[in-house]
Design a binder for this molecule. Structure first.
Ligand SMILES: NC(=O)c1ccc[n+]([C@@H]2O[C@H](COP(=O)([O-])OP(=O)(O)OC[C@H]3O[C@@H](n4cnc5c(N)ncnc54)[C@H](O)[C@@H]3O)[C@@H](O)[C@H]2O)c1
Length: 280
């Protein structure tokens, strides 16, 4: 029924990967290039990103981008669509851990404002990436839609007391993806989340890796399997999923159960009924 989706030959497919200078984004860019995708690596770290793109060869290029800036992301997406004329896959993957201590007491007489960079990069930026991906994927010449994968975390599924702002952002991404996915399915635009457990990258302080037993680390191969599952799953319009990646396993997690019929009825109500109240 959906055989028309993603009919573009693999060699013509265009991807944007944010946070591509390091870790998961770099591994994903490498694996897409191996499958003949055209990949635009986007990252705030220009030195590592430009070096990575040049190592990956002519189908890779790098655009310096601060995902927490709308202007910077707009310039990225616009340049990619202008250059290649299409956009098939976006990984909204850039992320940082907590940069402020919500628990800390302060020397000053009054509490200081928190630094919300973690929420800007980890929650607001993927929503901006989504908005831009949607805009350009809708303009793909063959109306083939596209696949958006957002990197959440296992910390989006469980409490994570060492990094509560990170946990808040990552929980938010899953709620966002599950909310938009059903609306966009008919446009062949899929939106899914990856929820990695601990993967050895540059995200956390280097000293962390000495504390964690090696057998509790999730290999990058599991994360890549989950990403490619969503990319390949686009043809069947697999959407609204949260893929928890732990060690060698991928668990597709459901939202919590409705505790009562009234809650089920409330959240199963037709979108049009809600929208009419919001005048959007
Ligand atoms: N490593 C893990 O254990 C783990 C677990 C769960 C989720 N994640 C998520 O995976 C994603 C990738 O992280 P990683 O583990 O590969 O870490 P990483 O630090 O190796 O890579 C993150 C990349 O994001 C880039 N980045 C940071 N701020 C940016 C900004 N404002 N604009 C553009 N780029 C920016 C960094 O420069 C870096 O290249 C993140 O969203 C992270 O939260 C990682």
């Amino acid at each position: 029924m959906h055989a028309a989706a993603m009919t573009v030959p693999p060699t013509n497919k265009v991807a944007i990967v944010t946070g591509a200078s390091s870790g998961i984004g770099l591994a994903l860019s490498t694996s897409l290039i191996a499958q003949s995708w055209t990949v635009v690596l986007a990252d705030i770290n220009a030195t590592a990103g430009a070096a990575a793109a040049s190592t990956l060869g002519p189908k890779a290029s790098f655009v310096e981008t601060d995902v927490s800036s709308w202007t910077s992301q707009l310039a990225l997406f616009k340049s990619v669509f202008t250059r290649f004329g299409r956009l098939d896959f976006v990984a909204a993957n850039a992320g940082i851990d907590d940069k402020d201590a919500v628990y800390a007491d302060f020397e000053a007489e009054e509490p200081e404002a928190l630094n919300f960079k973690t929420l800007e990069v980890d929650l607001l930026a993927p929503i901006m990436s989504f908005r831009l991906a949607l805009f350009y994927m809708r303009r793909n010449p063959d109306k083939s839609g596209g696949a958006i994968v957002i990197t959440s975390s296992s910390a989006g599924l469980y409490p994570f007391s060492s990094n509560p702002e990170y946990a808040a952002a990552k929980h938010g991404l899953i709620g966002f993806a599950r909310s938009v996915a059903p609306v966009l399915k008919r446009e062949k635009i899929t939106v899914n989340c990856i929820c990695p457990a601990l993967v050895s990258t540059n995200l956390a302080p280097a000293s962390l890796w000495t504390l964690i037993p090696k057998d509790q680390l999730t290999p990058m191969s599991t994360i890549m399997r989950a990403f490619h599952g969503f990319i390949d799953g686009h043809k069947d319009l697999l959407t609204g999923q949260a893929a928890e990646c732990a060690i060698d396993d991928i668990f597709y997690r459901d939202p919590v159960d409705f505790p009562s019929q009234s809650q089920k009825d409330m959240f199963s109500r037709d979108l049009g009924a809600w929208m009419s109240a919001y005048d959007m």
